[in-house]
Design a protein around this ligand. Sequence first.
Ligand SMILES: NC(=O)C1=CN([C@@H]2O[C@H](COP(=O)(O)OP(=O)(O)OC[C@H]3O[C@@H](n4cnc5c(N)ncnc54)[C@H](OP(=O)(O)O)[C@@H]3O)[C@@H](O)[C@H]2O)C=CC1
Ligand SMILES: O=C1O[C@H](COP(=O)(O)O)[C@@H](O)[C@H](O)[C@H]1O
Length: 503
Amino acid sequence: MVCEGTHFDGKIPHTFVIFGASGDLAKKKIYPTLWWLYRDDLLPKPTKFCGYARSKLSIAKLKENCKQYMKVQAHEQTKYEEFWALNEYVAGSYDGRTGFELLNQQLELMENRNKANRIFYLALPPSVFEEVTVNIKQICMSVCGWNRVIVEKPFGRDDVSSKALSDHLARLFDEEQLYRIDHYLGKEMVQNLMTIRFGNKILSSTWNRENIASVLITFKEPFGTQGRGGYFDEFGIIRDVMQNHLLQILSLVAMEKPVSCHPDDIRDEKVKVLKSIEALQLDDMVLGQYVGNPQGKTEDERTGYLDDPTVNKDSSTPTYALGVLKINNERWQGVPFILRCGKALNERKAEVRIQYQDVPGDIFEGNTKRNELVIRVQPGEALYFKMMTKSPGITFDIEETELDLTYEHRYKDSYLPDAYERLILDVFCGSQMHFVRSDELREAWRIFTPILHRIEKDHIRPLSYQYGSRGPKLADRKCEENNFQYSGSYKWHGSKGTSGTNH
Ligand SMILES: NC(=O)C1=CN([C@@H]2O[C@H](COP(=O)(O)OP(=O)(O)OC[C@H]3O[C@@H](n4cnc5c(N)ncnc54)[C@H](OP(=O)(O)O)[C@@H]3O)[C@@H](O)[C@H]2O)C=CC1
Ligand SMILES: O=C1O[C@H](COP(=O)(O)O)[C@@H](O)[C@H](O)[C@H]1O
Protein backbone atom coordinates (compact mmCIF):
# COMPACT_ATOMS: atom_id res chain seq x y z
CA MET A 1 0.00 0.00 0.00
CA VAL A 2 1.29 3.47 -0.80
CA CYS A 3 0.49 6.19 1.70
CA GLU A 4 2.43 9.17 0.32
CA GLY A 5 0.73 12.49 0.92
CA THR A 6 1.34 16.10 1.78
CA HIS A 7 -0.89 16.12 4.85
CA PHE A 8 -0.81 14.28 8.12
CA ASP A 9 -2.82 11.13 7.58
CA GLY A 10 -5.46 11.11 10.30
CA LYS A 11 -4.34 9.06 13.25
CA ILE A 12 -1.55 7.16 11.53
CA PRO A 13 1.43 7.04 13.89
CA HIS A 14 4.63 8.78 12.86
CA THR A 15 8.05 7.61 13.95
CA PHE A 16 11.11 9.83 13.74
CA VAL A 17 14.38 7.90 13.73
CA ILE A 18 17.63 9.73 14.49
CA PHE A 19 20.77 7.97 13.23
CA GLY A 20 23.82 9.30 15.03
CA ALA A 21 21.68 10.01 18.11
CA SER A 22 24.75 10.12 20.35
CA GLY A 23 26.43 12.83 18.26
CA ASP A 24 26.89 16.58 18.30
CA LEU A 25 24.25 17.53 15.74
CA ALA A 26 21.67 15.30 17.42
CA LYS A 27 22.15 16.80 20.85
CA LYS A 28 22.57 20.42 19.72
CA LYS A 29 19.94 20.60 17.00
CA ILE A 30 17.79 17.55 16.33
CA TYR A 31 16.54 16.60 19.80
CA PRO A 32 16.00 20.26 20.79
CA THR A 33 14.07 20.86 17.55
CA LEU A 34 11.88 17.81 18.07
CA TRP A 35 11.16 18.95 21.62
CA TRP A 36 10.17 22.48 20.50
CA LEU A 37 7.87 21.09 17.80
CA TYR A 38 6.33 18.72 20.35
CA ARG A 39 6.04 21.50 22.96
CA ASP A 40 4.18 23.72 20.47
CA ASP A 41 1.82 20.89 19.42
CA LEU A 42 3.04 21.11 15.84
CA LEU A 43 3.67 17.41 15.32
CA PRO A 44 1.01 14.94 14.20
CA LYS A 45 -0.36 12.75 16.96
CA PRO A 46 0.92 10.25 17.79
CA THR A 47 4.60 10.82 16.94
CA LYS A 48 7.35 8.84 18.64
CA PHE A 49 11.12 9.16 18.44
CA CYS A 50 13.84 6.54 18.29
CA GLY A 51 17.58 7.20 18.45
CA TYR A 52 20.15 4.85 16.93
CA ALA A 53 23.95 4.92 17.30
CA ARG A 54 26.85 2.65 18.21
CA SER A 55 27.24 3.92 21.80
CA LYS A 56 25.27 2.12 24.47
CA LEU A 57 23.09 4.90 25.88
CA SER A 58 20.05 5.02 28.09
CA ILE A 59 17.30 7.57 27.49
CA ALA A 60 18.35 9.15 30.80
CA LYS A 61 21.88 9.64 29.47
CA LEU A 62 20.63 10.97 26.14
CA LYS A 63 18.41 13.41 28.02
CA GLU A 64 21.38 14.52 30.09
CA ASN A 65 23.51 15.04 26.92
CA CYS A 66 20.85 17.26 25.37
CA LYS A 67 19.90 19.15 28.53
CA GLN A 68 21.76 22.43 27.96
CA TYR A 69 20.34 22.86 24.45
CA MET A 70 16.65 22.13 25.15
CA LYS A 71 15.72 25.50 26.74
CA VAL A 72 12.95 24.18 28.96
CA GLN A 73 10.91 26.70 30.96
CA ALA A 74 9.80 25.79 34.49
CA HIS A 75 6.12 25.60 33.48
CA GLU A 76 6.95 23.16 30.62
CA GLN A 77 8.44 20.48 32.88
CA THR A 78 5.51 18.04 32.70
CA LYS A 79 5.31 18.26 28.93
CA TYR A 80 9.09 17.85 28.75
CA GLU A 81 8.88 14.56 30.66
CA GLU A 82 6.05 13.47 28.33
CA PHE A 83 8.34 14.16 25.37
CA TRP A 84 11.11 11.95 26.72
CA ALA A 85 8.59 9.21 27.53
CA LEU A 86 7.93 9.02 23.77
CA ASN A 87 11.61 8.31 23.11
CA GLU A 88 13.43 5.00 22.67
CA TYR A 89 17.04 4.26 21.84
CA VAL A 90 18.66 1.28 20.10
CA ALA A 91 22.42 0.69 20.05
CA GLY A 92 23.92 -1.03 17.03
CA SER A 93 26.56 -0.86 14.35
CA TYR A 94 26.10 0.97 11.05
CA ASP A 95 27.42 -1.81 8.83
CA GLY A 96 25.85 -5.07 10.06
CA ARG A 97 22.19 -6.11 9.68
CA THR A 98 21.63 -7.12 13.32
CA GLY A 99 21.37 -3.61 14.77
CA PHE A 100 18.91 -2.56 12.05
CA GLU A 101 16.79 -5.67 12.65
CA LEU A 102 16.63 -4.77 16.34
CA LEU A 103 15.78 -1.20 15.38
CA ASN A 104 12.97 -2.34 13.11
CA GLN A 105 11.54 -4.54 15.86
CA GLN A 106 11.66 -1.58 18.23
CA LEU A 107 9.88 0.64 15.66
CA GLU A 108 7.15 -1.94 15.13
CA LEU A 109 6.68 -2.17 18.87
CA MET A 110 6.39 1.61 19.18
CA GLU A 111 3.87 1.64 16.34
CA ASN A 112 1.86 -1.23 17.90
CA ARG A 113 2.48 -3.09 14.64
CA ASN A 114 0.12 -0.64 12.91
CA LYS A 115 0.53 1.16 9.66
CA ALA A 116 2.96 4.04 10.34
CA ASN A 117 4.87 6.79 8.56
CA ARG A 118 8.60 6.89 9.17
CA ILE A 119 11.18 9.68 8.93
CA PHE A 120 14.87 8.76 9.05
CA TYR A 121 17.31 11.55 9.92
CA LEU A 122 20.92 10.83 8.99
CA ALA A 123 22.91 12.89 11.52
CA LEU A 124 25.98 10.90 10.53
CA PRO A 125 29.45 11.30 9.02
CA PRO A 126 29.49 10.71 5.24
CA SER A 127 31.72 7.65 5.68
CA VAL A 128 28.72 5.58 6.84
CA PHE A 129 25.98 7.09 4.61
CA GLU A 130 26.03 4.27 2.10
CA GLU A 131 25.74 1.29 4.43
CA VAL A 132 23.16 3.01 6.63
CA THR A 133 20.90 3.88 3.70
CA VAL A 134 21.17 0.34 2.30
CA ASN A 135 20.20 -1.06 5.71
CA ILE A 136 17.31 1.37 6.05
CA LYS A 137 16.01 0.35 2.65
CA GLN A 138 16.41 -3.39 3.23
CA ILE A 139 15.30 -3.61 6.84
CA CYS A 140 13.64 -0.53 8.28
CA MET A 141 11.14 0.83 5.75
CA SER A 142 7.55 1.12 6.82
CA VAL A 143 5.68 -1.34 4.64
CA CYS A 144 2.47 0.57 4.24
CA GLY A 145 3.12 4.08 5.52
CA TRP A 146 5.32 6.61 3.76
CA ASN A 147 9.09 6.81 4.33
CA ARG A 148 11.20 9.98 4.13
CA VAL A 149 14.95 10.26 4.53
CA ILE A 150 16.65 13.48 5.67
CA VAL A 151 20.25 13.77 4.50
CA GLU A 152 22.73 16.25 6.02
CA LYS A 153 25.60 17.82 4.13
CA PRO A 154 28.29 17.24 2.97
CA PHE A 155 26.63 15.88 -0.16
CA GLY A 156 29.98 14.68 -1.51
CA ARG A 157 33.21 16.66 -1.81
CA ASP A 158 33.24 17.27 -5.58
CA ASP A 159 31.19 16.53 -8.70
CA VAL A 160 32.25 12.89 -8.94
CA SER A 161 31.72 11.91 -5.29
CA SER A 162 28.45 13.83 -5.17
CA LYS A 163 27.19 12.05 -8.28
CA ALA A 164 28.17 8.70 -6.75
CA LEU A 165 26.17 9.56 -3.62
CA SER A 166 23.19 10.82 -5.65
CA ASP A 167 23.22 7.68 -7.82
CA HIS A 168 23.44 5.50 -4.75
CA LEU A 169 20.48 7.26 -3.09
CA ALA A 170 18.51 7.21 -6.35
CA ARG A 171 18.87 3.42 -6.51
CA LEU A 172 17.30 3.15 -3.05
CA PHE A 173 14.77 5.97 -2.83
CA ASP A 174 12.58 8.15 -5.03
CA GLU A 175 13.55 11.82 -5.18
CA GLU A 176 10.22 12.56 -3.38
CA GLN A 177 11.46 10.56 -0.39
CA LEU A 178 14.76 12.44 -0.12
CA TYR A 179 15.14 15.65 1.86
CA ARG A 180 18.65 17.13 1.48
CA ILE A 181 18.90 19.69 4.22
CA ASP A 182 20.63 23.05 3.83
CA HIS A 183 19.61 24.73 7.04
CA TYR A 184 20.07 28.22 5.58
CA LEU A 185 16.92 27.52 3.55
CA GLY A 186 15.05 27.38 6.86
CA LYS A 187 16.11 30.86 8.01
CA GLU A 188 13.45 33.58 8.18
CA MET A 189 15.13 36.10 5.90
CA VAL A 190 16.23 33.50 3.36
CA GLN A 191 12.62 32.30 3.12
CA ASN A 192 11.62 35.97 2.83
CA LEU A 193 13.70 36.52 -0.32
CA MET A 194 10.97 35.31 -2.65
CA THR A 195 8.35 37.57 -1.07
CA ILE A 196 10.65 40.59 -1.08
CA ARG A 197 11.43 40.03 -4.75
CA PHE A 198 8.17 38.89 -6.23
CA GLY A 199 5.68 40.63 -3.92
CA ASN A 200 6.98 44.19 -4.47
CA LYS A 201 6.63 45.92 -7.82
CA ILE A 202 9.12 48.59 -6.84
CA LEU A 203 11.81 45.96 -6.30
CA SER A 204 10.93 43.52 -9.04
CA SER A 205 11.20 46.19 -11.71
CA THR A 206 14.68 47.32 -10.60
CA TRP A 207 16.07 43.82 -9.96
CA ASN A 208 18.35 43.67 -13.00
CA ARG A 209 21.59 44.74 -14.67
CA GLU A 210 20.10 48.11 -15.67
CA ASN A 211 19.88 49.15 -12.00
CA ILE A 212 22.05 46.92 -9.83
CA ALA A 213 25.83 47.38 -9.69
CA SER A 214 26.78 44.34 -7.61
CA VAL A 215 25.46 41.85 -5.08
CA LEU A 216 27.45 40.94 -1.97
CA ILE A 217 26.48 37.87 0.08
CA THR A 218 28.38 37.49 3.36
CA PHE A 219 28.74 34.87 6.08
CA LYS A 220 31.03 35.62 9.05
CA GLU A 221 31.71 33.75 12.26
CA PRO A 222 33.70 35.16 15.20
CA PHE A 223 35.20 31.83 16.26
CA GLY A 224 37.68 29.37 14.79
CA THR A 225 37.73 25.59 14.77
CA GLN A 226 37.99 25.45 18.58
CA GLY A 227 40.02 22.23 18.59
CA ARG A 228 37.63 20.49 16.19
CA GLY A 229 39.51 21.27 13.00
CA GLY A 230 39.82 17.63 11.95
CA TYR A 231 36.55 17.59 10.00
CA PHE A 232 36.94 21.15 8.77
CA ASP A 233 40.45 20.53 7.45
CA GLU A 234 39.14 17.89 5.07
CA PHE A 235 36.53 20.24 3.63
CA GLY A 236 37.47 23.91 4.06
CA ILE A 237 35.22 26.96 4.02
CA ILE A 238 34.29 26.71 0.31
CA ARG A 239 32.67 23.29 0.79
CA ASP A 240 31.47 24.09 4.32
CA VAL A 241 29.58 27.31 3.57
CA MET A 242 30.07 28.84 0.10
CA GLN A 243 29.10 25.94 -2.16
CA ASN A 244 25.87 25.34 -0.24
CA HIS A 245 24.52 28.11 2.04
CA LEU A 246 25.77 31.09 0.03
CA LEU A 247 24.99 29.57 -3.35
CA GLN A 248 21.46 28.76 -2.20
CA ILE A 249 20.99 32.40 -1.18
CA LEU A 250 22.42 33.53 -4.51
CA SER A 251 20.00 31.37 -6.46
CA LEU A 252 17.01 32.83 -4.58
CA VAL A 253 18.30 36.36 -5.20
CA ALA A 254 19.05 35.78 -8.89
CA MET A 255 16.47 33.28 -10.19
CA GLU A 256 13.59 34.26 -12.48
CA LYS A 257 10.05 34.33 -11.10
CA PRO A 258 8.75 30.77 -10.80
CA VAL A 259 5.39 30.02 -12.40
CA SER A 260 3.99 29.21 -8.94
CA CYS A 261 5.15 28.56 -5.39
CA HIS A 262 5.11 24.82 -6.03
CA PRO A 263 8.46 23.37 -4.80
CA ASP A 264 9.35 22.03 -8.21
CA ASP A 265 8.57 25.30 -9.98
CA ILE A 266 10.90 27.10 -7.56
CA ARG A 267 13.63 24.51 -7.85
CA ASP A 268 13.34 24.52 -11.65
CA GLU A 269 14.16 28.26 -11.61
CA LYS A 270 17.03 27.79 -9.18
CA VAL A 271 18.57 25.15 -11.44
CA LYS A 272 18.10 27.40 -14.48
CA VAL A 273 20.01 30.30 -12.96
CA LEU A 274 22.75 27.99 -11.67
CA LYS A 275 23.17 26.68 -15.19
CA SER A 276 23.92 30.24 -16.33
CA ILE A 277 26.83 30.59 -13.91
CA GLU A 278 30.39 30.03 -15.15
CA ALA A 279 32.66 27.76 -13.13
CA LEU A 280 34.63 29.83 -10.63
CA GLN A 281 38.19 30.89 -11.60
CA LEU A 282 41.17 31.38 -9.30
CA ASP A 283 41.54 35.01 -10.47
CA ASP A 284 38.10 35.69 -9.09
CA MET A 285 38.92 34.41 -5.62
CA VAL A 286 40.65 35.48 -2.43
CA LEU A 287 41.57 32.72 0.00
CA GLY A 288 42.58 33.17 3.61
CA GLN A 289 43.62 31.20 6.67
CA TYR A 290 43.54 32.71 10.15
CA VAL A 291 46.52 33.07 12.45
CA GLY A 292 46.31 33.65 16.20
CA ASN A 293 46.09 37.15 17.62
CA PRO A 294 48.88 37.42 20.24
CA GLN A 295 46.86 40.18 21.94
CA GLY A 296 43.69 38.05 22.00
CA LYS A 297 41.77 37.88 25.30
CA THR A 298 40.98 34.17 25.12
CA GLU A 299 43.10 31.13 24.36
CA ASP A 300 40.96 30.57 21.25
CA GLU A 301 41.71 34.07 19.93
CA ARG A 302 45.43 33.49 20.39
CA THR A 303 45.27 30.16 18.55
CA GLY A 304 45.78 30.12 14.79
CA TYR A 305 44.23 27.52 12.50
CA LEU A 306 47.52 25.64 12.16
CA ASP A 307 47.95 25.62 15.97
CA ASP A 308 44.82 23.46 16.28
CA PRO A 309 46.24 20.01 17.16
CA THR A 310 43.59 18.29 15.00
CA VAL A 311 44.72 20.21 11.88
CA ASN A 312 47.49 19.11 9.55
CA LYS A 313 50.58 21.26 10.33
CA ASP A 314 51.14 22.39 6.73
CA SER A 315 47.46 22.57 5.81
CA SER A 316 46.50 24.96 2.98
CA THR A 317 42.80 24.61 3.76
CA PRO A 318 41.11 28.03 3.48
CA THR A 319 39.13 29.27 6.48
CA TYR A 320 38.14 32.39 4.49
CA ALA A 321 37.05 32.63 0.87
CA LEU A 322 35.73 35.30 -1.44
CA GLY A 323 34.53 34.30 -4.89
CA VAL A 324 33.02 36.41 -7.66
CA LEU A 325 30.39 34.58 -9.69
CA LYS A 326 29.19 35.72 -13.11
CA ILE A 327 25.71 34.98 -14.33
CA ASN A 328 25.46 34.87 -18.08
CA ASN A 329 21.85 35.68 -18.69
CA GLU A 330 19.82 38.63 -19.89
CA ARG A 331 19.01 39.87 -16.37
CA TRP A 332 22.46 39.67 -14.82
CA GLN A 333 25.17 39.83 -17.48
CA GLY A 334 27.95 42.05 -16.06
CA VAL A 335 26.67 42.16 -12.46
CA PRO A 336 29.22 40.58 -10.10
CA PHE A 337 27.78 38.31 -7.40
CA ILE A 338 30.40 38.36 -4.64
CA LEU A 339 30.23 35.53 -2.10
CA ARG A 340 32.35 35.91 1.07
CA CYS A 341 32.62 33.61 4.06
CA GLY A 342 35.02 33.08 6.88
CA LYS A 343 35.74 31.79 10.36
CA ALA A 344 37.53 33.61 13.21
CA LEU A 345 36.44 37.03 11.93
CA ASN A 346 35.39 40.17 13.79
CA GLU A 347 31.67 39.42 14.13
CA ARG A 348 28.83 36.98 13.53
CA LYS A 349 26.86 38.07 10.50
CA ALA A 350 25.04 36.74 7.46
CA GLU A 351 23.60 39.27 5.03
CA VAL A 352 22.83 40.14 1.43
CA ARG A 353 23.69 43.58 0.03
CA ILE A 354 22.09 44.63 -3.22
CA GLN A 355 24.03 47.69 -4.29
CA TYR A 356 22.35 49.91 -6.86
CA GLN A 357 24.24 51.89 -9.51
CA ASP A 358 25.24 55.55 -9.16
CA VAL A 359 22.53 58.08 -9.94
CA PRO A 360 23.20 59.21 -13.52
CA GLY A 361 23.55 62.98 -14.05
CA ASP A 362 24.20 63.80 -10.39
CA ILE A 363 23.19 67.38 -9.46
CA PHE A 364 24.36 67.19 -5.84
CA GLU A 365 28.06 67.93 -6.36
CA GLY A 366 29.05 64.29 -6.16
CA ASN A 367 27.53 63.83 -2.70
CA THR A 368 25.01 61.15 -3.60
CA LYS A 369 25.85 57.67 -2.41
CA ARG A 370 24.58 54.47 -3.93
CA ASN A 371 21.30 53.00 -2.72
CA GLU A 372 21.78 49.70 -0.98
CA LEU A 373 19.18 47.16 0.05
CA VAL A 374 20.49 45.13 2.98
CA ILE A 375 18.79 41.89 3.97
CA ARG A 376 20.26 40.83 7.30
CA VAL A 377 19.78 37.12 7.85
CA GLN A 378 21.43 37.10 11.29
CA PRO A 379 21.84 38.21 13.97
CA GLY A 380 18.72 40.36 14.37
CA GLU A 381 16.66 39.87 11.23
CA ALA A 382 16.31 43.17 9.36
CA LEU A 383 15.70 44.68 5.97
CA TYR A 384 16.93 48.20 5.40
CA PHE A 385 17.20 50.33 2.35
CA LYS A 386 19.97 52.93 2.39
CA MET A 387 18.90 56.05 0.52
CA MET A 388 19.59 59.76 0.21
CA THR A 389 17.43 62.44 1.81
CA LYS A 390 17.57 66.18 2.35
CA SER A 391 19.08 66.86 5.77
CA PRO A 392 16.20 68.07 7.93
CA GLY A 393 16.11 71.77 8.76
CA ILE A 394 17.16 75.05 7.20
CA THR A 395 19.65 73.55 4.80
CA PHE A 396 19.71 72.07 1.34
CA ASP A 397 22.43 69.54 2.17
CA ILE A 398 21.80 65.90 1.52
CA GLU A 399 22.57 62.87 3.68
CA GLU A 400 22.40 59.10 3.76
CA THR A 401 19.56 57.54 5.73
CA GLU A 402 17.52 54.37 5.69
CA LEU A 403 14.06 52.89 5.38
CA ASP A 404 14.27 50.45 8.22
CA LEU A 405 12.38 47.22 8.85
CA THR A 406 13.96 45.79 11.97
CA TYR A 407 12.04 42.69 12.97
CA GLU A 408 12.70 43.16 16.66
CA HIS A 409 10.77 46.44 16.53
CA ARG A 410 8.16 45.81 13.86
CA TYR A 411 7.25 42.24 14.84
CA LYS A 412 7.75 42.46 18.60
CA ASP A 413 5.54 39.53 19.54
CA SER A 414 6.36 37.22 16.66
CA TYR A 415 8.03 33.93 17.30
CA LEU A 416 10.74 33.24 14.73
CA PRO A 417 11.42 29.51 14.79
CA ASP A 418 14.85 28.04 14.40
CA ALA A 419 15.73 26.93 10.84
CA TYR A 420 15.65 23.26 11.81
CA GLU A 421 12.16 23.63 13.29
CA ARG A 422 10.74 24.85 10.00
CA LEU A 423 12.60 22.28 7.95
CA ILE A 424 11.78 19.22 10.06
CA LEU A 425 8.14 20.27 10.12
CA ASP A 426 8.25 20.56 6.32
CA VAL A 427 9.39 16.94 6.16
CA PHE A 428 6.38 15.84 8.22
CA CYS A 429 4.18 17.87 5.84
CA GLY A 430 5.88 16.48 2.73
CA SER A 431 6.99 19.89 1.44
CA GLN A 432 10.30 19.86 -0.42
CA MET A 433 10.24 23.59 -1.20
CA HIS A 434 13.15 24.34 1.13
CA PHE A 435 15.25 21.27 0.33
CA VAL A 436 17.95 20.76 -2.26
CA ARG A 437 17.10 18.74 -5.37
CA SER A 438 19.72 16.50 -6.97
CA ASP A 439 20.02 18.64 -10.12
CA GLU A 440 20.67 21.78 -8.01
CA LEU A 441 23.46 19.90 -6.33
CA ARG A 442 24.91 18.80 -9.65
CA GLU A 443 25.07 22.43 -10.85
CA ALA A 444 26.57 23.62 -7.56
CA TRP A 445 29.40 21.11 -7.88
CA ARG A 446 29.93 22.00 -11.55
CA ILE A 447 30.60 25.60 -10.48
CA PHE A 448 32.95 24.76 -7.60
CA THR A 449 34.74 21.48 -8.46
CA PRO A 450 37.37 22.86 -10.89
CA ILE A 451 38.52 25.55 -8.45
CA LEU A 452 38.58 23.14 -5.50
CA HIS A 453 40.69 20.68 -7.47
CA ARG A 454 43.01 23.45 -8.64
CA ILE A 455 43.51 24.75 -5.08
CA GLU A 456 44.26 21.26 -3.82
CA LYS A 457 46.41 20.08 -6.72
CA ASP A 458 48.57 23.22 -6.81
CA HIS A 459 48.63 23.62 -3.00
CA ILE A 460 47.55 27.25 -3.37
CA ARG A 461 48.57 28.95 -0.10
CA PRO A 462 45.83 31.09 1.44
CA LEU A 463 46.68 34.59 2.71
CA SER A 464 47.07 34.92 6.46
CA TYR A 465 44.60 37.08 8.38
CA GLN A 466 44.45 37.71 12.07
CA TYR A 467 41.84 36.09 14.30
CA GLY A 468 39.16 38.69 14.98
CA SER A 469 39.90 40.81 11.88
CA ARG A 470 37.73 41.38 8.79
CA GLY A 471 39.74 38.85 6.80
CA PRO A 472 42.49 39.36 4.19
CA LYS A 473 42.87 42.98 3.03
CA LEU A 474 42.87 41.86 -0.58
CA ALA A 475 39.21 40.90 -0.17
CA ASP A 476 38.13 44.55 0.10
CA ARG A 477 40.11 45.35 -3.05
CA LYS A 478 38.42 42.49 -4.86
CA CYS A 479 35.02 43.89 -3.86
CA GLU A 480 36.00 47.33 -5.18
CA GLU A 481 37.26 45.86 -8.45
CA ASN A 482 33.90 44.18 -8.79
CA ASN A 483 31.81 47.31 -8.55
CA PHE A 484 31.00 47.13 -4.84
CA GLN A 485 31.63 50.57 -3.33
CA TYR A 486 32.17 51.10 0.38
CA SER A 487 32.32 54.77 1.33
CA GLY A 488 32.39 54.42 5.13
CA SER A 489 30.17 57.51 5.33
CA TYR A 490 26.92 55.85 6.34
CA LYS A 491 25.93 56.28 10.00
CA TRP A 492 23.20 54.25 11.64
CA HIS A 493 21.56 56.03 14.55
CA GLY A 494 19.29 53.29 15.85
CA SER A 495 20.11 50.46 18.22
CA LYS A 496 21.30 47.19 16.78
CA GLY A 497 18.74 44.38 16.51
CA THR A 498 19.21 41.14 18.36
CA SER A 499 18.91 37.59 17.14
CA GLY A 500 15.40 36.63 16.19
CA THR A 501 15.30 33.24 17.87
CA ASN A 502 13.27 33.67 20.99
CA HIS A 503 13.12 30.35 22.73
N1 LIG B 1 17.66 47.67 11.37
C1 LIG B 1 18.86 47.66 11.84
O1 LIG B 1 19.15 46.99 12.83
C2 LIG B 1 19.87 48.45 11.14
C3 LIG B 1 21.15 48.39 11.58
N2 LIG B 1 22.10 49.08 10.97
C4 LIG B 1 23.44 48.90 11.49
O2 LIG B 1 24.22 49.99 11.17
C5 LIG B 1 25.56 49.59 10.96
C6 LIG B 1 26.06 50.10 9.64
O3 LIG B 1 25.19 49.72 8.59
P1 LIG B 1 25.74 49.16 7.24
O4 LIG B 1 24.71 49.02 6.23
O5 LIG B 1 26.40 47.89 7.54
O6 LIG B 1 26.72 50.34 6.88
P2 LIG B 1 28.01 50.47 5.97
O7 LIG B 1 27.60 50.64 4.58
O8 LIG B 1 28.84 51.50 6.62
O9 LIG B 1 28.71 49.09 6.05
C7 LIG B 1 29.38 48.74 7.16
C8 LIG B 1 30.04 47.45 6.79
O10 LIG B 1 30.97 47.66 5.75
C9 LIG B 1 32.04 46.81 5.90
N3 LIG B 1 33.31 47.55 5.87
C10 LIG B 1 33.97 48.11 6.88
N4 LIG B 1 35.14 48.63 6.44
C11 LIG B 1 35.20 48.40 5.13
C12 LIG B 1 36.14 48.69 4.13
N5 LIG B 1 37.28 49.32 4.39
N6 LIG B 1 35.87 48.33 2.87
C13 LIG B 1 34.73 47.68 2.58
N7 LIG B 1 33.81 47.36 3.51
C14 LIG B 1 34.04 47.72 4.76
C15 LIG B 1 31.88 46.14 7.22
O11 LIG B 1 31.33 44.86 6.97
P3 LIG B 1 32.24 43.64 6.55
O12 LIG B 1 33.28 43.47 7.60
O13 LIG B 1 31.25 42.55 6.52
O14 LIG B 1 32.82 43.95 5.23
C16 LIG B 1 30.83 46.95 7.92
O15 LIG B 1 30.02 46.19 8.76
C17 LIG B 1 25.56 48.09 10.98
O16 LIG B 1 26.01 47.66 12.23
C18 LIG B 1 24.13 47.73 10.79
O17 LIG B 1 23.81 46.52 11.37
C19 LIG B 1 21.84 49.88 9.91
C20 LIG B 1 20.56 50.01 9.44
C21 LIG B 1 19.47 49.30 10.03
O1 LIG C 1 26.62 24.45 8.01
C1 LIG C 1 27.32 25.12 8.75
O2 LIG C 1 26.78 26.21 9.33
C2 LIG C 1 27.30 26.70 10.56
C3 LIG C 1 26.70 28.09 10.77
O3 LIG C 1 25.32 27.97 10.92
P1 LIG C 1 24.50 29.15 11.63
O4 LIG C 1 23.09 28.74 11.49
O5 LIG C 1 24.98 29.19 13.06
O6 LIG C 1 24.84 30.40 10.92
C4 LIG C 1 28.82 26.74 10.53
O7 LIG C 1 29.31 27.08 11.81
C5 LIG C 1 29.36 25.38 10.13
O8 LIG C 1 30.77 25.45 9.99
C6 LIG C 1 28.76 24.92 8.83
O9 LIG C 1 29.10 23.57 8.59
